[in-house]
Design a protein around this ligand. Structure first.
Ligand SMILES: [Mg+2]
Length: 227
């Protein structure tokens, strides 16, 4: 393998977060006694995306997103529900629902025999830990670094530094960051000074301003990238 240290993003790279989130949302609002929860999904999604954008700009922490997003939703939609309860139940739902993309586990299995694998994710500790346990990911990764636990988020180089520490300080030229997000994964790896692989299944056009060393539309293409 050309790269012997592979760092992975979780949401929308290995894990189908896009299909987990509406299910978790429906679960949380039903728990909170809100009728027809689906009608509020779009509003929540906009609030949530904007708050996570502020995390990437280092204006908010993941835990602040968690505290605010349902308060903002209740206010925006005029719901008679307890935002704290909705927030707590959403965390439960986010940990309990959703799957890895088809084939992702197989790719991780095979790569883990050739390289050290790290998971570097912007998320809440409770959510990610529940997923890691439920999906049996722990044995596949040599390090799991979650922004909500360590207090720094991608694209800050500091979160990559923590992953490198946990992996026994590999040489930077041996390492590759694999992720779907230009603003957190690719920019973060650029900031830290390691190679990047943009997971781009939608085949979006390549932007200016970020350094992309490899681009894949399917995870099993990582074999070609790494060899
Ligand atoms: Mg992602």
């Amino acid at each position: 393998m050309r790269y012997t240290t592979l760092l992975f993003d979780l949401d929308n790279t290995l894990f189908d977060a896009a299909s987990c989130e509406p299910v978790a949302f429906e679960y949380a609002l039903a728990k909170g006694g809100v009728a027809e929860p689906n009608q509020y999904w779009e509003t929540f999604s906009e609030i949530n995306d904007a708050l996570w954008g502020a995390v990437v700009r280092q204006e908010l922490t993941p835990n602040e997103v968690q505290a605010r997003r349902f308060g903002d939703l209740v206010a925006a939609a005029g719901l008679a529900a307890d935002p704290g309860l909705l927030a707590d139940e959403y965390v439960v739902g986010m940990g309990a629902y959703g799957e890895l993309y088809p084939g992702a586990r197989d790719v991780l299995d095979r790569l883990s025999q050739k390289a050290a694998l790290g998971l570097v994710t912007n998320g809440l500790g409770e959510v990610v830990r529940a997923r890691v346990v439920r999906l049996g990911l722990e044995p596949l990764f040599d390090a799991i670094v979650i922004s909500g636990e360590v207090g720094v988020s991608k694209p800050d180089a500091a979160i990559f530094e923590l992953a490198f520490e946990a992996l026994g300080r590999p040489a930077k030229p041996t390492a590759l960051m694999v992720g779907d997000s230009l603003s957190s994964d690719i920019t973060g790896a650029n900031n830290f000074g390691i190679a990047t692989c943009w997971y781009n299944p939608a085949r979006k056009p390549r932007p200016d301003g970020v350094s992309i060393d490899h681009e894949i539309v399917a995870l099993n293409e990582l074999w070609a990238v790494g060899s």
